[in-house]
Design a protein. Structure first.
Lengths: 92, 161
């Protein structure tokens, strides 16, 4: 590799930063530190995004665990009602 | 009746520009997952229900409900090929288009960004097959779907307890 900073993508730095800054809107607002939403540096946004996704993955894993326990513990007659779920979702 | 209770509780969703899209995804998700769980429940005397079996159905429902995104196709591929997947965060990094290592020549921040991008690539199903632009645009939808999935799963757990 002759180039010092080899870029695998064909995007310039600015374009990457622009896309990355859009991610900031997706992150849960941890506005305890700053009252107005400050512009986070790109690497920070990426870091938070990674952390958030990992958190979501863990949460899904935990919920799957609980569901498996629930299913394993209920009787075979314990039926899962679609209408109930939809209703409970609407309640949220 | 129950309508009053509904009005008192605020929506968990934050400001979603496209609420109907969220609702459509959630509907699809539930319609995939619930029958799959029912089937597991019915067969539980013959095959044990583990966290892995449930997770498999959970991921499958996610992939099937979001087929308009590239990542869902990769996820589906991964699930179909292995009956017993570990988790979606499986870091089998045989990445084809992984970002190259920077030489760490001054301006470390850029190296940091590339490293974070690589990490993000590993988290997104098929992320390593995409270029940066694609990955960054897909990651937003992936996060939203994960959030909706979490809400759906929580309501399933709450309802059954």
């Amino acid at each position: 590799m002759s180039s010092r900073r080899a870029r695998a993508s064909n995007l310039g730095e600015d374009e990457i930063n622009e896309l990355v800054s859009k991610l900031q809107a997706l992150l849960p607002h941890s506005s305890s530190r700053c009252t107005r939403r400050e512009q986070m540096p790109p690497w920070k946004i990426l870091e938070e995004t990674c952390g958030y996704i990992k958190r979501l993955h863990r949460e899904v894993d935990n919920l799957s665990e609980r569901i498996s326990q629930l299913l394993a513990s209920t009787d075979a007659t314990g039926d899962v009602d679609v209408a109930d779920f939809v209703r409970s979702l609407l309640r949220q | 009746m129950e309508r009053q209770i509904i009005n008192k509780k605020k929506r968990v969703f934050s400001v979603e520009p496209n609420k109907s899209h969220s609702a459509a995804f959630t509907r699809k998700y539930i319609s995939h997952l619930v029958p799959a769980l029912k089937k597991l429940n019915m067969n539980k005397n013959s095959s044990q229900i583990t966290q892995q079996t449930v997770k498999h159905e959970v991921d499958m429902a996610l992939a099937l409900s979001a087929q308009e995104f590239a990542w869902s196709r990769f996820l589906l591929q991964k699930l179909s090929s292995s009956k017993n997947p570990t988790t979606t965060t499986n870091s089998s990094s045989k990445g084809t288009q992984v970002l190259e290592r920077p030489d760490k020549e001054g301006g470390d921040e850029e190296g940091e960004i590339e490293e974070k991008l690589r990490e993000l690539q590993k988290l997104l199903p098929g992320g390593e097959e995409m270029n940066v632009e694609e990955m960054l645009s897909e990651i937003g939808d992936y996060i939203k779907c994960l959030e909706l999935q979490t809400i759906a799963l929580k309501s399933i757990v709450q309802d059954t307890t």
